[in-house]
Ligand binder design. Structure first.
Ligand code: ADP
Ligand code: ASP
Ligand code: MG
Length: 809
């Protein structure tokens, strides 16, 4: 014999009932079908009781809703008019009784647990009548006749001896389909109606299955099985094929609502397998809960959470080494019927932390303050300290004890995502590790933990891209092109979750289509800097990277907040790294302390690996002695192209026309940009340097920097003769002009230098960059990094490389 339980999620809809019919009618041998109330009906009955006990007649509207829900179902599923009417009439008898009880509650404005149980029982009593009428050959029995309870310490407990006997007597020789209401029972002595607690239909089914030594208990619900996490919180959750009873129990006790916790115990004693299956997807096998969970399984099986948690901290010096403080804590709590679901005590014994529901925590503080009043008065103990607004999250798996590094992984995942843990507990059985976190982090925490333990298939990196000019749009194209390859070869999934330009922004936590995002941005909503920052922080996504492809100082000013919220920053924008030293240093230390990255490789030499190389050299114990570099592709282009035919002013014009220079070439010619790059490199080498510390030797006199670009393009012709004379002389001497940034012996300079044939910069072609690093290890033959050092494509590639470095944390 099998026991099949159908939850409210199944009974409540037309499709659900039709599937129940199919599933039950396909069974060959006799089965017992346990049903819940129609979806949400128990909630509605609770609401009606609440309204009535407050004297509000609005409870009648709720009753009307309940009646309508049953009628709608009957109209849709029962096709024969006469049978519809007959069923409605039978139900009407129950609805009338229910309305009478509510009326009574409304009159006296009071409700006892006994009355409340009586009212709640109508949910299952009505639904079981419906199912009986809808399933061929079904006969309904009233659970109150054989599920018997007794009241112990204010709690309703099942009287197993009596119940087992009555269930056997009733069903041992069952020949057909029996339909019984879940959730409801009756008191063994008085016979009055009782209930088994919210979600209690699962328990009814388990009690009956155990009493009859059923071959299986099947819990039919609206999801594909027992999932790795609550699918409403973790969209990536998937059904677990097998779990042990222990694992299921740990997960249910910790909020996996799919099975009511007391359900496991009776069937486990009889070693009856539990299947969790989907009424709406009956061809799927679902999950099996059994004693012998197969070997070689993933060690963490599931994750669950208790959303509402409060913590009470019992602390004080008098607790150290004193026998009996814990006894007093727990007996006081027990005496007041308060149940604790997590306890943590450190080895110093100066505090014991207990976790309860917020309601129980309030009472716990009060009764413990009374219990320890004397100790508190003398200062030996502190008044109870309560923290609300928390959640508990737990990972569960019997094999965790045989696997190293699980706790480490759990806490590093939380830490890296900016989620701090207030308290932790793990029993010596190592089946469950629980952590208390702030409630606002529950969703994020569940998802990061889930993805890191269950979806090791892909690591997800969430990208916010700001700026879609040359570099930004090239980057978008490169990301799109490389995405599939990275998924296949590196198991890395790049998710573009935000895109912004100076005016608009668009966001989607599930990912924007990279090939369409650029177009979509054109019609996206307006968004200023503070909205942008707030949205990104509020989205609170894990493994996030903010990518700045702008040159905006407003955007650079958001980095500090972003890093503080555990969002890595990758930037092509030079403003932050060359800002006053303290600003720069704070950004770096914030990134370090939050376990995220602040990367700006493209600030110097575009895609050339210069900053990373200096970092690697220093990290491996080398010391930078001298830096010499040509860091302006524009200036190098200009000096390489000077000739008798093309004087200075002509080459400047050519650079401008070819977009090699800035629209106003003076920005390149003044050397400020090179100066900023040198500052960044010297800081990377470990020096505390600011822009003012660099000596700059301008080669264009000050007066040319006044007036418009057009004025300058005219006036600069005055310098042509002087430069041509210099060029002729240098040609004879086999020398070339280079705009060199140099740092040596604590001095940083940027100046125009004439280099001879033997100098490594002599042959630097076109608009290339070069950096020569003299270090302790590379002293005789310095390290040279050289190559194309400007342009959107290579800069985007450098930004991409930085994103990959973040992903590889
Ligand atoms: P029923 O009415 O069938 O008893 P419940 O609402 O009591 O249904 O339980 C099923 C719901 O439990 C699912 O719809 C799902 O949202 C939720 N749930 C929470 N945690 C889990 C989990 N680990 N696995 C499956 N479902 C879960
Ligand atoms: N109808 C009851 C409830 O909603 C019992 C159940 O559905 O299991 O709590
Ligand atoms: Mg349920």
């Amino acid at each position: 014999m099998k026991v099949l339980k159908f939850g409210g999620t199944s009974v409540g809809s037309i499709l659900g009932i039709q599937n129940i019919k199919k599933i039950v009618e396909a069974e060959k041998s006799p089965v017992i079908v346990v049903v819940s109330a129609l979806k949400a009906v128990t909630d509605k009955l609770i609401e009606a009781t609440r309204l009535a006990s407050a004297g509000k007649t609005e409870y009648k509207d709720v009753v009307r809703d309940i009646v309508a829900a049953h009628h709608n179902l009957i109209d849709a599923v029962v096709d024969d008019g006469a049978r519809q009417a007959e069923l409605k009439q039978r139900l009407q008898g129950l609805f009338d009784e229910m309305a009478d009880l509510l009326h009574g509650v409304c009159l006296i404005r009071d409700v006892t647990p006994r009355t409340s149980d009586a009212i709640l029982s109508y949910g299952e009593r009505c639904s079981s009548l419906c199912v009986e009428a809808m399933v061929k050959g079904a006969v309904r029995y009233d659970s109150r006749d054989f599920i018997k309870t007794e009241r112990r310490e204010e709690k309703v407990m099942v009287d197993y001896t009596l119940t087992n006997r009555l269930v056997k007597e009733r069903f041992d020789s069952l020949q057909s389909v029996a339909v019984i209401p879940g959730f409801i029972a009756s008191d063994a002595t008085s016979g009055i109606t009782t209930t088994l607690g919210r979600g209690g239909s699962d328990y009814t089914a388990a009690i009956v299955a155990a009493a009859l030594d059923a071959e299986a208990l099947e819990i039919w619900t609206d999801v594909d099985g027992f999932m790795t996490a609550d699918p409403r919180i973790v969209p990536n959750a998937y059904p677990i094929d097998t779990l042990s009873y222990n694992e299921a129990m740990e997960l249910c006790n910790f909020g996996a609502k799919v099975v009511y916790p007391p359900t496991i115990y009776p069937v486990r004693r009889k070693n009856i397998p539990i299947y969790v299956r989907n009424t709406f997807h009956p061809e799927f096998a679902g999950s099996l809960i059994t004693s012998d969970a197969p070997a070689g399984r993933q060690s963490v099986r599931g994750l669950s959470a208790i959303r509402e948690t409060s913590l009470v901290n019992v602390s004080g010096m008098s607790m150290v080494g004193v026998i009996g403080v814990n006894r007093r804590i727990f007996s006081t709590l027990a005496a007041h019927g308060l149940s604790v679901f997590m306890v943590a005590q450190t080895s110093s014994e100066t505090s014991t932390t207990i976790c309860l529901t917020p309601r129980d925590a309030e009472t716990a503080c009060r009764v413990l303050d009374q219990e320890f009043a004397k100790e508190i008065a003398t200062g030996a103990m502190n008044p109870m300290q309560r923290i609300d607004g928390l959640s508990t999250i737990a990972i569960v798996g019997e094999q965790m004890k045989n696997t190293q590094g699980i706790a480490g992984k759990l806490f590093s995942v939380l830490g890296r995502n900016g989620i701090s843990v207030l308290s932790v507990a793990q029993g010596a059985s190592e089946t469950n590790i629980s952590a208390i976190i702030q409630k606002e982090h529950l969703r994020k925490a569940s998802n990061v933990i889930h993805d890191s333990f269950f979806l090791s298939e892909y690591q997800v990196v969430n990208l916010f891209l700001c700026g879609v000019g040359g570099v930004g749009s090239s980057l978008l194209a490169q990301l799109q092109e490389q995405r599939q390859e990275l998924m296949e070869t590196r198991r890395l999934k790049l998710n573009l979750v935000g895109l912004a330009n100076s005016k608009r922004a668009l966001f989607n936590a599930d990912g924007l289509p990279m090939d369409q995002a650029y177009e979509m941005l054109k019609t996206a909503s307006a968004c200023n800097k503070s909205d942008l920052l707030r949205t990104i922080v509020d989205m609170n996504l894990y493994n996030s990277v903010f990518v700045d492809c702008t040159a905006s100082d407003e955007i650079a000013s958001t980095y500090q907040t972003l890093l503080e919220h555990n969002i890595s920053v990758v930037t092509a924008n030079k403003i932050a790294a060359s800002a006053p030293f303290d600003t720069y240093a704070t950004l770096k230390s914030t990134a370090l302390s939050h376990g995220v990255k602040f990367l700006y490789e493209t600030n110097v030499g575009a895609g050339l690996p210069i900053i990373k190389t200096i970092d690697d050299l220093r990290a491996s114990g080398d010391r930078i002695i001298e830096i010499q570099a040509v860091l302006s592709g524009t200036l190098n282009f200009i000096f390489n192209n000077l000739s008798a035919e093309k004087p200075l002013s002509t080459v400047i014009r050519l650079a401008k026309e070819a977009k090699i220079s800035e629209p106003d070439p003076r920005i390149d010619l003044c050397g400020k940009d090179v100066l900023r790059k040198l500052v960044i490199l010297v800081r990377e080498a470990g020096e505390r340097i600011n822009q003012e510390d660099v000596r700059i030797e301008p080669f264009i006199p000050e007066k040319y920097f006044e007036g418009s670009t057009a004025d300058f393009m005219e006036s600069v012709k005055e310098l042509d003769v002087e430069f041509e004379q210099r060029r002729l002389r240098m040609e004879q001497e086999r020398r070339k002009l280079r705009f060199v940034a140099r740092w040596a012996e604590g001095k940083a300079t940027v100046s125009l230098v004439e280099v001879d044939e033997n100098h490594p910069f002599y042959k630097l072609e076109d608009s290339n960059n070069v950096v020569v690093l003299t270090t302790e290890r590379y002293r005789r033959y310095p390290m040279i990094i050289q190559g194309y050092g400007a342009g959107a494509e290579v800069t985007a590639a450098g930004v991409f490389a930085d994103i990959m470095r973040v992903a590889n944390i």
